[in-house]
Design a protein around this ligand. Structure first.
Ligand code: SF4
Ligand code: MG
Length: 326
C-alpha cells in the first residue's frame, strides 16, 4: 500500500541578502534534499539539534513555508503544486501541535472560542454541533468541559498542551505534525502528554510526525526515527534498529553508543565541544566531517548518498559501501 505521506527531495534555501539593493549573497540551506515516507497509523520521529531543519521540514509539509524544491505527496495529492485555496482545505487533514502552547493560544479568547475556530474556518457543523464537539474534545484530552469558559492563562503548561492537542484534533485530521510538543514541559508532565498522544493515536487512528531534539523523547512513541544533521537526513530506521544498532557516527554519538574504547571521550568531543557548523556555509562532502571521529579523505570531498544499507535502514555515511558514489 502507498504511504500516507511521501516527501521527495525537499529543500528550503533562505536567501541571505546584502547591500541597499538587497542582492542575494548566499543561501542558508536549512533543508537540503530530504526524502522520507510516513505510513498510515505510524509515528515517524524526526530528531536533531536546533538548526538541523526539522521544524522547517514540518512547516513545509503543511506549506506554512513554501519549499524551494521538492515534492510532498499526501493521500494521493501532490501538495506543492496545488492552489492556496486547495491547500487550505487540505489543512483539515494535516494539523500541527506546537512546542509552546501558550504562544499559540490567543490569550484573550476562551478555550471554547479557541477550539471552535478550526470548525469555523473549515465550516464544519452548525453552531450547536460545534459547541458539542468542543466539549467532547476537551473530555477526550482529559480536561473537563467545565473549563470551556476559561482563558489560557488559567491553565498549567501541561493543560495548555492538552488544549493545543484538542485544537489540532477538532477537524478530524489524518496526520498530526507535532513540533517538540513536550520540550517546554516538566519531565513528569512530558510522560502524561506522550501517553495521551499515544492513546489518541490508537483511538482516532492518527498518523504522527513527532519532532524532537532528543532521541530519548521519541523512543517509545516512534515506529521509525529519522536523524537530521545540518539540513539533511543522516539516518532513518525502525526504532528498534536505530536505538540498538545505530549506523551513523552522529546517531551513535547522540546515543552515547560510539564503539570505541572511551565512549565518554568521543561523546564529549562530538556533541559538547564541536559546534554545529554554519548552515549558510556547510562543510564540503559529508556535513558531519568536522565533528566525526571516523573521518576519511573521501568524507571531505564527496557527499555520501542516503542509501538503504539494511532492510528499512538508510544512512548517509561513507563507512557503508552503499553510500559511496560509484
Ligand atoms: Fe563520518 Fe565520513 Fe561517515 Fe561523514 S561520511 S559520518 S565524516 S565517516
Ligand atoms: Mg525547532
Amino acid at each position: 500500500t502507498e504511504p500516507l505521506l511521501k516527501v521527495e527531495g525537499l529543500k528550503k534555501y533562505f536567501p541571505i541578502k546584502s547591500g541597499i539593493l538587497g542582492q542575494v549573497k548566499n543561501y542558508v540551506k536549512a533543508v537540503d534534499d530530504v526524502s522520507f515516507t510516513v505510513n498510515e497509523g505510524e509515528t515517524l520521529g524526526i530528531v536533531g539539534e536546533s538548526g538541523c531543519g526539522k521544524s522547517t521540514t514540518g512547516r513545509m509539509l503543511m506549506r506554512l513555508l513554501e519549499p524551494t524544491e521538492g515534492k510532498v505527496f499526501f493521500d494521493g495529492k501532490e501538495l506543492t503544486s496545488i492552489s492556496n485555496a486547495d491547500m487550505r482545505k487540505m489543512r483539515r487533514d494535516i494539523q500541527m501541535v506546537f512546542q509552546d502552547p501558550y504562544a499559540s493560544l490567543n490569550p484573550r479568547h476562551t478555550i471554547e472560542k479557541i477550539l471552535m475556530e478550526p470548525l469555523n474556518v473549515h465550516d464544519i457543523g452548525d453552531p450547536k454541533e460545534r459547541k458539542r464537539k468542543v466539549h467532547e474534545f476537551l473530555e477526550i484530552v482529559g480536561l473537563s468541559s467545565y473549563h470551556a469558559k476559561r482563558y489560557p492563562h488559567q491553565f498549567s503548561g501541561g493543560q495548555r498542551q492538552r488544549i493545543g492537542i484538542a485544537r489540532a484534533l477538532m477537524t478530524n485530521p489524518k496526520l498530526i505534525i507535532a513540533d517538540e510538543p513536550v520540550s517546554a514541559l516538566d519531565v513528569s508532565i512530558q510522560a502524561q502528554v506522550l501517553n495521551l498522544m499515544q492513546d489518541l493515536q490508537k483511538e482516532l487512528k492518527l498518523t504522527y510526525i513527532f519532532i524532537a531534539h532528543d532521541l530519548g523523547v521519541v523512543r517509545h512513541i516512534s515506529d521509525r526515527v529519522g536523524v537530521m544533521y545540518l539540513g539533511q537526513m543522516a539516518e532513518l530506521a525502525d526504532s528498534e534498529a536505530l536505538y540498538e544498532k545505530p549506523l551513523h557516527p552522529y546517531t551513535q554519538a547522540l546515543l552515547g553508543a560510539v564503539p570505541v574504547p572511551d565512549p565518554d571521550f568521543v561523546r564529549e568531543e562530538i556533541i559538547i565541544k564541536g559546534d554545529v557548523p554554519n548552515p549558510a556555509n556547510p562543510p564540503s562532502g559529508c556535513r558531519f566531517h568536522t565533528r566525526c571521529p571516523f573521518k576519511m579523505d573521501i568524507c571531505e570531498t564527496t557527499v555520501p548518498i542516503f542509501a538503504e544499507v539494511e532492510k528499512g535502514h538508510s544512512v548517509a555515511c561513507h563507512l557503508y559501501e552503499q553510500s559511496r558514489p560509484q
